[in-house]
Design a protein around this ligand. Sequence first.
Ligand code: SF4
Length: 256
Amino acid sequence: MTIRMSQPRTIIWFSTGAASAVAARLVLRDTPDAILARCETGNEDADNHRFEADVERWLGRSVTLLKSEKYASVWDVWQKRRYMSGPDGAPCTMFMKVMPRLEFQRPDDIHVFGYTADSSDIKRFEKLRDTYFELTVRAPLIEAGITKAATLAMIERAGIDLPRSYAMGFPNANCLQSGCVKATSPAYWALYRRHFPENFERIAAYSKEIGKKLVRIDDERVFLDELPLDHPVTAPIVPACDFLCHIAEQELGEAA
Ligand code: SF4
């Protein structure tokens, strides 16, 4: 009798952005049975869903959505726990992204990420490899020398409109329906207020209700409704929300 060993799975982590879409395109050429996966936060911008559907058609592959069994959305986490972010990070990352991933992954999985050949991404990938040394990880865009700008151009050449968050000026499209509570950058929140005034009001009211000062101005924490109306929106910073979230937070004090 022949005993067949099961092959390790390849999981491509899709983030509804251009880079992970191109990484998926590269990997699926050689590994057609790779799984395209994304953690659903319940707070994606509607245009991210449109982009995801376009990318699914481009790749000929559906995205496997990983969801929390306990919480419906990032807002649900914040409200049920009455907590948005703190020194130990943001609970939405843990419950909407980290835990669904841990439940889904197997020890021998091969994890594929859309880190690009830009220096900041290379460093981030190296950090990920060092931190999760027990995981098998790949960054095909770095292997192929493809930068973030190149991925944007490749998506446009494929006839796919980029998610509208790029044109709005956001560095990434994470949780646009709620804003990202790991961001302390006043420029990020000023930009968010400009594009999503009603959502901003809701976050400002709730964060004040639970006493959370989300934004940092000149080294001082302030409530969102204290953010000056004329604050510039240039160079908004919002941390990536990925495997390295907690490490980045500890080092930068981002969510403190
Ligand atoms: S992107 Fe921000 S708001 Fe969304 S899950 Fe991550 S930490 Fe929470």
